[in-house]
Design a protein around this ligand. Structure first.
Ligand SMILES: Cc1ncc(COP(=O)(O)O)c(C=O)c1O
Length: 395
């Protein structure tokens, strides 16, 4: 582990900086003084190495059409090898202005209207809209909560595949349930997809935030057969807090699938990258490892802090500690509040703002998703607010 040199305790004031997370509650919901713990970005500045690279580029002054240098691609290849032990090739790589745009492009490129696409709910809600908005049909293969852990239901999956099923969209690690899928689970899933000729679109944007005892395995790294039918979507955006720079990575080892992807990218006119995104990605993947190691340790500390706080002082709410991602589910069903009242309680009484569970699927009625990527002090203040509001609710 690298020596400690980065400060995650101070955070950064993000109010009135065009931050969706921070400015939405006051300017759209009309509720001031809320601690926002919803949309998945972090209340830490990006690594200083990334900020420096962006500053240097900004100082240059000319921001015309960018050329993607070889070093950009090399930084991605090196990162995948170093962090995920996955050897990828330059010829497999493409890009997108975001993982969500890439998801939509995959649906458009590899399936036809009316085709069925499997998603493992509850899941990041743009998975549903990428399918439905493009006129395809969502087939849910719900995760089941067994032995204190969300698990895939392979029998249900096999039953649901038919001649119109073309694709499975995997979330790995999984938002919002926080699972880091194990090799056996990925192998079992891949075997079913191979057998039924399904393409796998694997959203691995949360790959870099994985806690002790767990290891992210890119599903395409399982075997050449799996790689040949997998489109991996990733980005440095979650890991390094640079989502606003809209630069994502698409990895497609199968040449035919890659060419189809590139044609659709061109058809949509998405051929120009954000120049600061290019610079930030390369700086993050080249110089960001030590910062990231320290960040993950800090986030794990936040998870443990919250787990203990809920257990000791807010036992009515069950904190489901994730294996990866900086997002955690709160099981609030014991409060017996209808979802709307539950949301109102958190926003208006406790003055913390979460993503409400059901946006990820009906499986999460009575749940909220909490984003813990903030300084410990902010987290503590949020927990105190919840504790206080609950004590008033009980009276
Ligand atoms: C699973 C998952 N995929 C994609 C995204 C967003 O990706 P992008 O901002 O690159 O479109 C998020 C953001 O929360 C996410 O959780």
């Amino acid at each position: 582990m690298s020596e400690k040199k980065y400060d995650f305790d101070s955070g950064i004031d993000r109010r009135n900086t065009c931050s969706l997370k921070w400015d939405f509650c006051e300017h759209v919901l009309g509720v001031p003084d809320v601690i926002p713990m919803w949309v998945a970005d972090m209340d830490f500045p990006a690594p200083p190495e990334v900020v420096e690279a962006i500053k240097k580029r900004a100082e240059h002054g000319a921001y015309g059409y960018p050329f993607i240098p070889r070093s950009f691609w090399t930084s991605i290849i090196n990162w995948m090898k170093m962090r995920h032990n996955w050897e990828i090739k330059r010829e497999w790589l493409s890009r997108a202005p975001g993982v969500v745009p890439a998801l939509n492009i995959c649906v458009q490129t590899y399936t036809a209207p009316g085709d069925k696409i499997i998603v493992q709910s509850p899941v990041y809600y743009p998975f549903f809209s990428a399918v439905e908005n493009n006129g395809r049909r969502v087939v849910k293969n719900p995760l089941v909560y067994k032995n204190n852990r969300w698990q895939m239901d392979f029998d249900d999956l096999k039953r649901k595949i038919d001649h119109r099923t073309r694709m499975l969209i995997l979330c790995s690690p999984h938002n919002p349930v926080g699972r880091v899928w194990e090799r056996q689970e990925l192998e079992a899933l891949a075997e079913i997809c191979l057998k039924h000729d399904l393409l796998i679109v694997s959203d691995e944007i949360h790959a870099e935030h994985v806690y002790k005892g767990h290891k992210h395995i890119p599903i395409a790294s399982l075997s050449p057969e799996v790689a040949a039918r997998t489109i991996t979507l990733t980005a440095p955006s979650k890991a390094f807090n640079i989502a606003g720079l809209t630069t994502s990575v698409v990895i497609i080892p199968n040449t035919k699938l890659l060419n189809l992807y590139k044609i659709q990218l061109e058809n949509l006119g998405l051929t120009v990258n954000n120049i600061f995104g290019l610079v930030a990605l390369e700086a993050a993947y080249t110089h960001g490892a030590a910062w990231l190691d320290q960040l993950v340790e800090y986030l794990e500390g936040n998870m443990e802090f919250a787990r203990r706080y809920f257990e000791e002082r807010i036992p009515e709410i069950k904190f489901l500690k994730p294996e990866g991602t900086y997002l955690a589910l709160l099981d609030c069903r014991a409060l017996s509040l209808p979802q709307k009242e539950l949301n109102e309680f958190f926003l208006k009484k406790a003055r913390v703002y979460f993503d409400e569970g059901p946006i990820f699927g009906e499986e999460l009625v009575g749940f909220e998703r909490m984003n813990l990527a903030c300084p410990r002090q902010t987290l503590e203040e949020a927990l105190r607010r919840i504790e206080k509001a609950l004590s008033e609710l009980r009276v």
